[in-house]
Design a protein around this ligand. Structure first.
Ligand code: GCO
Ligand code: MG
Length: 402
């Protein structure tokens, strides 16, 4: 089975998605997601200008060799653009291999080792009461795990709070919107939110929270400690993770489980965090961390150290990524949880898929491959629209992490 052609499809059914479609001489096609929020065209160019020409004529079954060719063969290794492009090729090739075998991808990856993939949904509101009302809606839909994000008194906006409750989308204007941040205002609100949530929702539901890289390590230690009585499932991205050793400081102060890595693109970003057991969940995803091939390597390392997976699954990851992630989740022994932000009806129509939600779990379905396709005629009706993620400033005007 040789690669005959490949092309990049950019579409915007509500938000931008970049998809790689690989066609083989046997007539089979494979799909990979190449979406990098706010940097879509950089990956599209990397694929069209540098990767696709090198793929034509190769054996589509040689997934590992092609991965090594694109990774080792690029003198300028790693980085989100390169690794997202490699991921798109990798996922499309796994899709092809499973289709060729006539099996759902999870069977090729070793078979199911659980009955379903536990997911968490996003409850958010302008204040604590609204967030809890949302969380009740998620509970009623059957979710076993819910992320709580609430507005902060005194701040006009904050990460994770949106008007459109099911489809949070932070990328908007052509140039980044500027948000204002205050750690002093934020810090006391989270324990209050969790206290109110436990009172209203009980203890039978997992509760999560995303700090979105905004604290210093010692502030993160304090927040983790203050949340301990409410038994959070995890505290996510408490601080930026370029300095992996800084998580030692957080660990010294709290037993609240930590989840990190949605922005990671390689095993090297997480090596120390995993080997020193500084985190509990690794958030790397198929699309931004080099595909199924590389994510499996990260998960295998994590398994040695008792770290479980908790793959990123925001709406900027296309249904193709969600499909591939679910096959990975179902067949990975140290799976922990999968993030699941629902896509809009337009997005679901452009990407028909076999996965389904049932009683708090997602299941990838049993269609051959990863089970997600693209309706290219419909995709063409939604042309690309430039959009950027916001930036953050402190109240004195200095730049901060968004
Ligand atoms: C999450 C993430 C997202 C990111 C988004 C950026 O935990 O789901 O933090 O909401 O902000 O994916 O593109
Ligand atoms: Mg996050």
């Amino acid at each position: 089975m040789k690669i005959k052609s490949a092309r990049v499809v950019v579409t915007c059914p509500g938000r931008n998605f970049v998809t790689l479609k690989i066609e083989t001489d046997t007539g089979l096609t494979g799909l990979g997601d190449a979406t990098l929020n706010g940097r879509e065209l950089a990956v599209a160019s990397y694929l069209s200008d540098h990767v696709i020409p090198a793929l034509i004529g190769r054996d589509a079954q040689a997934i590992e060799d092609i991965w090594q060719y694109l990774y080792r063969g690029a003198y300028w290794r790693r980085g989100p653009v390169t690794m997202t492009a490699i991921a798109a090729v990798d996922v499309a090739l796994w899709d092809l291999k499973a289709k060729q075998a006539g099996l759902p991808l999870y069977q090729i990856l070793g078979g199911a080792c659980r009955t379903g993939v536990m997911v968490y949904g996003h409850a958010n509101g302008a204040n604590i009461a609204e967030t809890i009302e949302e969380a009740r809606r998620y509970q009623a839909m059957g979710y076993k795990a819910i992320r709580l994000q609430s507005g902060v008194p005194g701040l006009a906006s904050t990460y994770g709070v949106s008007t459109d409750k099911l489809f949070y989308e932070p990328a908007s204007a052509i140039l980044p919107v500027e948000n204002l941040w205050s750690t002093v205002k934020y810090l006391p609100t989270v324990p209050r939110l969790f206290e109110a949530a436990r009172e209203a929702l009980g203890w039978d539901v997992h509760l999560l929270h995303d700090v979105h890289h905004r604290l210093t390590p010692i502030e993160a230690g304090r927040l983790g400690k203050e949340l301990e009585p409410y038994r959070p499932f995890w505290l996510e991205d408490p601080t930026p993770a370029e300095n992996q050793a800084s998580f030692r400081l957080i660990r010294q102060h709290t037993t609240t489980p930590l989840a990190v890595g949605e922005v990671f693109n390689s095993i090297w970003d997480a090596k120390q965090l995993i080997e020193e057991q500084l985190i509990d969940y690794i958030r790397a995803t198929v699309v931004h961390a080099g595909g199924v091939t590389h994510l499996r390597r990260i998960a295998t390392l994590a398994d040695l150290y008792g770290v479980r997976t908790g793959c990123h699954g925001a709406t900027d990851l296309s249904p193709v990524s969600m499909g591939a992630a679910l096959h990975f989740d179902l067949s990975t022994p140290n799976f922990g949880i999968q993030e699941y932000m629902r896509h809009t009806a337009e997005t679901d129509a452009v990407f028909p898929h076999a996965y389904r939600f049932e009683a708090g779990d997602l299941h990838p379905g049993d269609a051959p491959g990863h089970g997600v396709s693209i309706d290219e005629d419909l995709a063409a009706k939604f042309p690309y629209r430039p959009a950027s993620l916001p930036v953050n400033r402190l109240e004195d005007g200095s730049m901060w992490n968004w």
